[in-house]
Design a protein around this ligand. Structure first.
Ligand SMILES: C[S@@+](CC[C@H](N)C(=O)[O-])C[C@H]1O[C@@H](n2cnc3c(N)ncnc32)[C@H](O)[C@@H]1O
Length: 344
């Protein structure tokens, strides 16, 4: 690549403002306002509590990045991107970008990436005085907003998880760290005879029960608040772990796998849904996954893993990896069985 091209490419890569400009306008509710129709920046500023000149400069950047249209000077309108940022969109990305919410709060730890490089991370405690899970527990509103963000993501993947695993031999599935249960509810709806247990932190499980406990699927579910580092409730013949292990360093991920293996016993299964890292350049989602891996390092002290790394952990928990498949959105579905049942 010629130096001129490399210079332009690097300017784009070093992008300082777009990620934060996006978060700022989402926090101010600008996508909701432009959804009503094209609006002059003076009205947008007045209704969102911003200074018109500052808002115009932020929106000019985002219009040039394709988030809004600017059909006339200082007039901004919606696009397919801004629609997904509206609060009333059923799969709104707002919970992931709201600067007053827990996810963008975690993103702010990125300013300490140098320290994470020198220590191996995480840097959440350095930034906010507490590790992330303690922080969410200590601030219930933040914890609830975190659950809402996870539920939003679950709405994208629940159908794929329900369709992607073979549930025919499962009688009772426990969704471990299942959040408010969006994925479990979908699995139970798809398999009418199946029983479920939703296991997560007590306030999260309570929110799940409130949301879908009264539904037909909810009637087949036990809502169980507790820690997945403690002995899990008995009765399930399969544990489901959706985007849980990547939150944790190996030592803790192994502890969760051991609790699951103990809970399902020698004839049970542990079903893992996570994105798996491939060595080399990888497919279209590879850069996004590499980025997510850094968020895991900085915020949670976790990591995205390769299949062999997951297999290594599973082996230490007495589990052997069987079928591995991938959903259309690139989530890997990994079936683990007890080593003893796989051998005999
Ligand atoms: C990344 S979220 C995934 C949620 C859900 N599986 C999904 O895919 O939407 C991780 C979940 O682990 C839960 N969690 C964290 N620490 C936990 C603990 N010690 N015991 C039980 N659940 C925990 C969080 O409350 C959160 O719901």
């Amino acid at each position: 690549m010629a130096d001129d091209d490399a210079f332009v490419h690097l300017l784009r890569l070093k992008d300082t403002m777009t990620p934060w400009a996006l978060r700022a306008v989402v926090t101010l509710g600008v996508p909701d306002l432009v959804a009503e129709g094209e609006k002059d920046v003076s009205e947008l500023a007045q209704r969102s509590g911003a200074v018109p000149d500052a808002l115009r400069r932020v929106l000019r950047l985002l219009a040039r990045r394709g988030v809004f249209t600017e059909p006339r000077p200082a007039v901004f309108g919606p696009t397919g991107l801004s629609r997904l940022l509206q609060s009333d969109h059923p799969r709104s990305m707002r919970p992931w970008l709201d600067l007053e919410g827990p996810v963008a709060r975690g993103d702010r730890t990125c300013v300490h990436i140098l320290e994470a490089l020198r220590t191996g991370g995480p840097v959440h405690e350095r930034t906010y005085g507490r590790p992330v899970w303690e922080d969410l527990a200590a601030r219930p509103a933040l914890g609830a907003a975190f659950d809402a963000a996870m539920a939003q993501r679950a709405s994208w993947i629940a159908g794929d998880v329900a369709a992607g695993f073979d549930w025919s031999a499962v009688r009772h599935v426990m969704d471990v760290g299942g959040g408010t249960g969006g994925v479990l509810a979908e699995v139970l709806r798809a398999r009418p005879g199946l029983k479920g247990t939703l296991l997560d932190r007590a306030p999260t499980v309570a929110a799940g029960r409130e949301a879908w406990g009264a539904s037909e699927a909810g009637q087949r579910c036990t809502f169980s608040g507790g820690s997945f580092f403690d002995t899990l409730p008995s009765g399930a013949d399969a544990c489901l772990l959706v985007n849980v292990l990547h939150d944790w360093a190996d030592e803790h991920a192994l502890a969760v796998l051991r609790r699951c293996a103990e809970a399902v016993g020698p004839r049970g299964r542990v079903l893992i849904a996570e994105h798996l890292v491939e060595e080399g350049a990888g497919g279209p989602g590879a850069a996004g996954l590499a980025e997510l891996d850094l968020v895991m390092m900085l915020v949670y002290g976790g990591r995205e893993r390769r299949l062999d790394e997951l297999a290594d952990l599973a082996g230490k928990a007495g589990l052997r990896i069987g079928d591995v498949s991938m959903t259309p959105r690139g989530l890997s579905l990994v079936v683990c069985e007890a080593e003893t049942s796989a051998a005999g």
